[in-house]
Design a protein around this ligand. Structure first.
Ligand SMILES: Nc1ncnc2c1ncn2[C@@H]1O[C@H](COP(=O)(O)OP(=O)(O)OP(=O)(O)O)[C@@H](O)[C@H]1O
Ligand SMILES: [Mg+2]
Ligand SMILES: [Zn+2]
Length: 291
């Protein structure tokens, strides 16, 4: 089975994270200057790069040439922490959605005092941090307030308000945003080129709109279109006369119509942050109806 585009093209450095320059630039500057904090909070809407950036931060901190905004990609730590790498004993990721209870938090806390085995820092990534229970946060409180020198926490969440205030106040908070269309297009064009696929330019705005500013959702829409694309790639509409394909299938399935997902204008994105993206109407031969 093919790996989904959004997993295949997970960014490995801050330079590859698109549309979040207001976050990645200050982080890069801090890394370059060696100004490292003990706790970070990455917040923002779904699928816009929080978890990826938490992993990139760990990779940037623990590169042998680091802390650096541009991890070398060759050292043991960089290889271990690459998107498809095996992971490092010094970087622990806790998925609070399934492990947010007090026992999990205590287990993590007990690990915190050990020095890193082979890296500069021990990094705890608490993903979906809004799912940590109050008791769980309380178990972590002391260690976040007075962490050992070698320990760095990175909390990632869509709901920063649900992170215990006393913990949140110890973090440097980086709010991620929905990705603007121009950055999203850059990302999609890169994916399409890497896939060696053909996509008609008019298709991009439709895919981007359907993705609602989330890179993951947008890449999923593109994935679906590429999966159904014919030999001449993904086209914007099916009104072009079919030559080698069955014209009956085309005329019934590909009639252009106004998809409901196309109506909200870009400026409404922030209010749509929590709604799920809708796919543009497609047909089995990889075309998209325009609106
Ligand atoms: N800013 C971005 N630049 C490039 N790719 C991105 C970006 N944001 C997300 N992606 C893509 O989407 C996938 C999911 O991103 P990630 O897991 O970092 O999102 P998230 O913000 O943690 O979402 P969630 O809130 O659902 O956990 C990545 O593997 C990557 O392919
Ligand atoms: Mg995430
Ligand atoms: Zn390295």
């Amino acid at each position: 089975m093919a790996l989904a585009l959004y997993r295949k093209y997970r960014p490995a450095t801050f330079a590859e994270v698109v549309g979040q320059e207001h976050v990645t630039e200050p982080l890069r500057t801090a890394l370059a200057a060696g100004r490292i904090n003990h706790a970070y909070l990455f917040s923002g809407p779904r699928g816009c790069g929080k978890t990826s950036s938490a992993r990139i931060m760990a990779r940037s901190l623990n590169c042998v040439e680091g802390p650096t905004p541009d991890p070398c990609g060759k050292c043991n730590s960089c290889l271990a922490l690459a998107p498809e790498g095996p992971g490092s004993v010094d970087v622990t990721e806790l998925d609070a959605a399934s492990h947010g209870g007090v026992d999990d938090a205590r287990e993590l806390r007990d690990k915190a005092f050990y020095a890193p085995a082979e890296s500069r820092y021990r990094v705890f990534i608490i993903d979906e941090a809004h799912m940590v229970t109050t008791q769980g946060f309380n178990a972590l409180l002391k260690i976040v307030e007075e962490p050992p020198e070698h320990l760095i926490f990175i909390f990632a969440t869509t709901e920063p308000d649900k992170v215990l205030t006393t913990i949140r106040s110890r973090t440097h908070h980086y709010p991620f945003r929905l990705i603007p269309p121009s950055s999203m297009r850059e990302l999609l064009e890169r994916n399409v080129a890497a896939e060696g696929a053909e996509v008609e330019p008019a298709v991009y705005p439709l895919v981007i709109r359907a993705g609602g500013g989330s890179a993951r959702d947008t890449q999923s829409v593109l994935d679906q279109l590429l999966a159904g694309a014919g030999p001449d790639g993904v086209r914007s509409r099916c009104s072009a006369s079919p030559t080698s394909r069955s014209s009956t299938t085309w005329s019934t399935r590909c009639r252009p119509r106004i998809p409901p997902s196309c109506s909200p204008p870009w400026r409404s994105w922030p209010r749509r942050a929590t709604t799920r993206a809708a796919s543009p109407p497609t047909c089995s031969t990889g075309c998209v109806t325009s609106c």
